[in-house]
Ligand binder design. Structure first.
Ligand code: KG4
Ligand code: ZN
Length: 334
C-alpha cells in the first residue's frame, strides 16, 4: 500500500510517497519526498509573512506533487492543522480535489503527529511502546507519551516561545540569516559554550513544561551591553545559547522518560535536526545506563515534509469524505 502525503502548514510545500509492506511488519519505506520552501522570500524579512507563504504554495503545490508522483498511490494524507490558515488551505483543498478526482481515501493528519511518525520511515528496528516523543519545531515544544498508536497523550509543552522560535528570534537579534536554528548551529561550531552563562529556564521544574522567552530576553540584554558585535562574540553567544536550549530539552526528556518508564524515545520536528541535541540526548541515555532505544529521523525528515504525513496516516489515520474536511489552524492533541 502506498500513501501520498501532502504538507503545507507553514513555509514548506511538500509531497511524498511512503509504502508499507504487506508482511505484517510495521516497516515503512520512503519512495519519494519533494520539498520546496519559500524560505528565501522570508529571509529578507527575517520571518514568515503568511500571505506571501500561501501565495507561493499555490504556485508550488502542483509541480511538487507531480515530482513526488513516481508511483501509484492508494490513499492521500494531508496536514489539516495546526499551522497557518492560508497555507493549510492550499494542501487541504488540493488533497480534497485529488480524493474526489481519483476516488481515493482522504486521511487528515495532525502536523505534530506527523513529526513523531517521521521516525517510522526506513526504520529497521521495531519501535516499542510505551514511547516518549519530544517534538521541537518552530511553533512547538511538546513532550508526548505514546502508549500505542491510538493512545497518544500530551504531557506538557512550552508556556511561551518554542525552542525553534527562540533560535529564530535570537538569530534575528544577532543579525544572522533566517531561520536562526541552522545559523546558530553553524556559528556555535566556532564558539565557546562556557563563555556566557545564559539561563536554562524551568530545567528543574519537575513538570513537563518549557519556557524559552526568558532566554531570549537574557541574550537581548547581553547584546545591548556589547558595544560592537564581532564574529567571535556572536559565535560564543551562539554556542552558549545552543547549550542552554539543549540542556533543558535533554534533561526534561530524560526526566519524563524515567517517570513513564518508556522503552523508546522519538525525536521530531525541525530542531531535531540540531546535531548537538542529537548527540547529547544519545550520550545522556548511554551514560545513565537507561534501557531506552533512541530514534531520530534523518535530518531531511525532521523539518516539514510530506512523507512524515503519509507515515502517520498508516497508523493514525481515519479516512474522511472529501466533502467533510476543513483546515484547523488551532488543532492540537486530543
Ligand atoms: O518542524 P519545522 O520545519 O517547522 C515547524 O513546524 O515549525 O521547524 C522549523 C524550526 C525553525 O525554528 C528552525 O530554526 C528550526 O526548526 N531548526 C533548527 C535546525 N534546523 C531547523 N534549530 C536548531 N538547529 C537546526 N539545525
Ligand atoms: Zn513542523
Amino acid at each position: 500500500m502506498n500513501i501520498l502525503g501532502i504538507e503545507t502548514s507553514c513555509d514548506e510545500t511538500s509531497a511524498g510517497i511512503v509504502s508499507k509492506k504487506n508482511d505484517g511488519s510495521n516497516k515503512l519505506s520512503l519512495l519519494s519526498n519533494t520539498v520546496s520552501s519559500s524560505l528565501p522570500l522570508h529571509a529578507k524579512t527575517g520571518g514568515i509573512i503568511p500571505e506571501i507563504a500561501a501565495r507561493e504554495q499555490i504556485k508550488l503545490i502542483i509541480p511538487v506533487i507531480k515530482e513526488a508522483l513516481i508511483s501509484s498511490f492508494d490513499a492521500i494524507a494531508v496536514t489539516y492543522g495546526p499551522g497557518l490558515l492560508g497555507s493549510l488551505l492550499v494542501g487541504v483543498e488540493t488533497a480534497r480535489t485529488l480524493s474526489y478526482a481519483f476516488n481515493k481515501p482522504l486521511i487528515p493528519v495532525n502536523h505534530l503527529i506527523g513529526h513523531i511518525y517521521a521516525n517510522w520511515i526506513d526504520q529497521d528496528l521495531e519501535i516499542e511502546f510505551p514511547a516518549l516523543s519530544l517534538v521541537v519545531s518552530g511553533g512547538h515544544t511538546d513532550l508526548i507519551l505514546i502508549k500505542d498508536h491510538k493512545k497518544i497523550k500530551w504531557l506538557g509543552g512550552t508556556r511561551d516561545d518554542a525552542a525553534g522560535e527562540a533560535y529564530d528570534k535570537i538569530g534575528r537579534l544577532l543579525g544572522l540569516s533566517y531561520p536562526g536554528g541552522p545559523a546558530i548551529e553553524k556559528a556555535a561550531l566556532n564558539g565557546n559554550k562556557d563563555r556566557y552563562n545564559f539561563p536554562k529556564p524551568m530545567i528543574d521544574s519537575g513538570d513537563f513544561d518549557f519556557s524559552f522567552s526568558g532566554l531570549k530576553t537574557a541574550v537581548l540584554r547581553e547584546v545591548q551591553a556589547i558595544e560592537q558585535l564581532n564574529n567571535r562574540t556572536i559565535n560564543n553567544i551562539c554556542a552558549s545559547v545552543q547549550q542552554s536550549i539543549t540542556d533543558v530539552l535533554v534533561k526534561k526528556t530524560i526526566y519524563a522518560a524515567k517517570k513513564f518508564k518508556v522503552k523508546s524515545i522519538l525525536l521530531g520536528g525541525g530542531v531535531a535536526a540540531n546535531q548537538k541535541l542529537r548527540d547529547e540526548l544519545k550520550l545522556k541515555i548511554v551514560n545513565s545506563k537507561l534501557k531506552i532505544e533512541l530514534f531520530i529521523p534523518k535530518k531531511f525528515l525532521c523539518t516539514d515534509n510530506g512523507a512524515m504525513i503519509a507515515a502517520a496516516a498508516f497508523f493514525n489515520g481515519k479516512p474522511v469524505s472529501w466533502r467533510n474536511l476543513s483546515a484547523n489552524p488551532q488543532l492540537y492533541f486530543d
